[in-house]
Design a protein around this ligand. Sequence first.
Ligand code: NAP
Length: 490
Amino acid sequence: MTAADEAKVLAATPTRLLIGGVWQDAAEGRKFDVLDPSTGSTLVAVADAGPEDGIRAIDAAAAAQDAWAATAPRKRSDILRHAWEAVQERRDDIALLMTLEMGKPIAESLGEVTYGSEFLRWFSEEAVRITGRYGVNPEGTGRTIVSQHPVGPCYLITPWNFPLAMATRKIAPALAAGCTVVIKPAELTPLTTLYVAQLFQEAGLPDGVLNVVPTTKAGALTEPILNDRRLRKLSFTGSTAVGVKLLQQAAVNVLRTSMELGGNAPFVVFEDADIDAAVEGAMLAKFRNIGQACTASNRFLVQESVADEFAEKLTARVSALPIGRGTDDGVRIGPLINEAAVKKAEDLVQDAVNRGADVRIGGGPIDRPGTFYSPTVLDRVPADSEILRTEIFGPVVGIARFATEDDAVRLANNTEYGLVSYVYTKDLARGQRMIERLETGMMGLNAGVISNASAPFGGVKQSGIGREGGFEGIHEYLSTKYTMTPSPFA
Ligand code: NAP
């Protein structure tokens, strides 16, 4: 990638708000800088929406709702399909844009283009498969008709770690279901959403169906939107702390909610596992997205008899990870998103080391421009370490050892989160026991990556409510209506 490639994609990216099909400045005229985390330099300035803009976006979504809901499913499907095609045509540009604003290596950004755009294709296929049912009541005196309807205007809030996929995972099912949306991308990474919104316009999406409002004042923008009676649904992906606050706010209007929140994934390796496969899976589950994924394995629980072998092999792999700016060839580890993320990793590692953990490799920030933290492996992490309780969101492995299957289950479930769990074992019955015993919304059984547009993504406990993707995903944006009518033979 050359500097000219970077300048070209930045020049092609809208930097204003999209409201009612019109790209426009914020009402108060404010802008904010979007930074490159690998250098700290400014990429572009983006319009900074205020509460007034948020309400205008809801006006636009509400005005477009009835016509969009009445649009033929095949037409909605075709627009999503055209948007998928447009993303394929621009995949290199979108990947570069994501790397610039978020820092991940280009190869991973290309992977996210594939994964993230797949929601557009999957839900273009689902848009024409919304069904209901017709039945006879047990008494035989009536007929029951169950039908599905779009919930109405939706407000979508996304995080910075997967700038494309977190947006498409919400926009695509909402549009497929016949809902209009207002999306607020993360302040740190608004560019990918703005770019893709432009592609939706090219794909023929009517004005007002998709509105985009980047902001530096998430709370001030959001409150009046959630209080607006025309809004019907909030879909949020982000931290559990913010999710809890939004659920409280959403209660005022009894909004439908989908909550994709934080995780604390256990990665359990049993002594009967294929250790090489477990190491391979660990590299993916931990180091994808530089450890900044809700699905990132956060606690490595390894059976005592194989823990040394696992730790040694994993450390050897970690020592070979190329570090650098995400745009450079072959880089696997880019910068963390900001200084706060580096400080968090530093504090968690220091706490574990103070309590007695062994540092096998890494253990601190990297002395170079940008916000880099060295890939780290900690072994024999004591049970009371903060790192076993807190979402790390960085390239740090913490290994704790266990003796029996019951211990593994107890340790794995010892968290308020329940998003994803990884289990490595060659024993089929043990694998099945883990499916039944682990408190988790998703599981990788001998697999280090679980995300797929065709599967229902989501958590239990404080990891969230609802599912994104799969057959389930569109139902988050549909409400069920039941009609009783007398038997036609009465
Ligand atoms: P975050 O701080 O909770 O922010 C997420 C989004 O919420 C951002 O757009 C943020 O805006 C916005 N926000 C923050 N405070 C708000 C408020 N008072 N009202 C309305 N919106 C508000 O999380 P993050 O640091 O961006 O993302 C990392 C977290 O997301 C991790 O916990 C991770 O596990 C979770 N995550 C979960 C999933 C999943 O599917 N379960 C997927 C990815 C990430 P600003 O950017 O302006 O602050």
